[in-house]
Design a protein around this ligand. Structure first.
Ligand code: MG
Ligand code: MG
Ligand code: MG
Length: 306
């Protein structure tokens, strides 16, 4: 029986490349493996796949009765609907424990680092499996993406070290240049429907019983949103109503200015303002230094919903 390696819903580059790298590793370990994804490939991931001549993981969002290796998540919210009926054989991740229950023992590789591909590189080293050049290049890009070219507070020394090792394997010198190129691709937002932008990198959370959605767009220059902000605000407000969220935030992150303009649609304005001690004006506020949803947004908002 084939083992599927698959990242989270609304896959990012860490999920897409992680699934590919993990499938390759599993094959080398003697397990027939297929890289899979639960959603559409975003422009940044497509850029990486094209650059390193890699095939996209197959689309598969149902896993009842199948063996699955989770990459880049470990919770039910971001999982396939029928994950409870699947056999989870392993997890490679860098997020907090998300409450999964398994029917058998499993391989768990979870570390407090900036990217799942950092963890997967450590697995290759542990099993003494060589990484092909193109997969190494793609893994390097996934690390540059998740750590915002090492600027994110989620980035650790381990990520920086491993990213350089992967660049060496791939024969790439100017890896930071490739990182910037990648973020320029990510910054192309013109002509894209608002809802697609809002949901390009979107996560839904259950914050102590309250449904909260947080999207993030990371760009090299925030001014590209100047004529779009009102439409984006209108769209997160509709999304909130349509999907029954209490709060939807959209982080417009400027990776050069190192901060986020946060657009707000909420039934709990006081809670949002209290979380960062800010004043929300025209449905938005600026959060200086904020690059990471995981470290600088969720841990502030979640305890406020009690
Ligand atoms: Mg991810
Ligand atoms: Mg990740
Ligand atoms: Mg990210």
């Amino acid at each position: 029986m084939a083992l599927f390696t698959c990242g989270h819903k609304i896959p990012d580059s860490d999920s897409i490349i992680g699934a590919i790298a993990m499938a390759y590793l599993q094959e080398k370990l003697g397990n027939e493996a297929i890289a899979a994804r639960q959603g559409e490939i975003n422009p940044e991931s497509q850029y990486i796949l094209d650059k390193f001549n890699l095939e996209a993981p197959i689309f598969k969002d149902s896993y009842a009765g199948e063996d699955i290796f989770l990459v880049d998540y470990n919770n039910y919210t971001e999982a396939p609907e029928d994950l409870k009926e699947a056999n989870i054989v392993g997890i490679a991740d860098h997020h907090k424990l998300g409450g999964l229950i398994t029917s058998g023992p499993l391989d768990v590789w979870i570390r407090a680092v900036g990217c799942s591909n950092t963890v997967i590189k450590e697995m290759f080293d542990y099993y003494e499996v060589e990484i092909p050049k193109n997969i190494a290049g793609a893994m390097m890009c996934a690390i540059l993406s998740d750590t915002v070219i090492f600027k994110s507070p989620t980035c650790t020394k381990v990520d920086t070290k491993i990213c350089k090792e992967l660049a060496d394997i791939a024969g790439i010198e100017d890896y930071k240049g490739i990182g910037l190129e990648m973020f320029k691709v990510k910054s192309q937002v013109e002509g894209v429907p608002m809802r697609n932008l809002v949901q390009r990198d979107f996560k839904a959370f259950d914050m102590n019983g309250t449904k909260v959605g947080i999207g993030q767009l990371e760009v090299v220059d925030l001014s590209i949103f100047d004529n779009m902000k009102n439409d984006l605000i209108a769209d997160i407000a509709s999304l909130k109503e349509e999907e029954g969220f209490d709060t939807v935030l959209l982080l417009l992150t400027d990776i050069m200015a190192m901060g986020s303009q946060i657009l707000v649609a909420t039934n709990s304005l006081d809670i949002v303002e209290k979380s960062w001690d800010v004043k929300v004006e025209n449905d938005q506020f600026w959060l200086d230094g904020c690059l990471s949803r995981k470290k600088q947004v969720v841990p502030f908002l979640e305890p406020s919903f009690k």
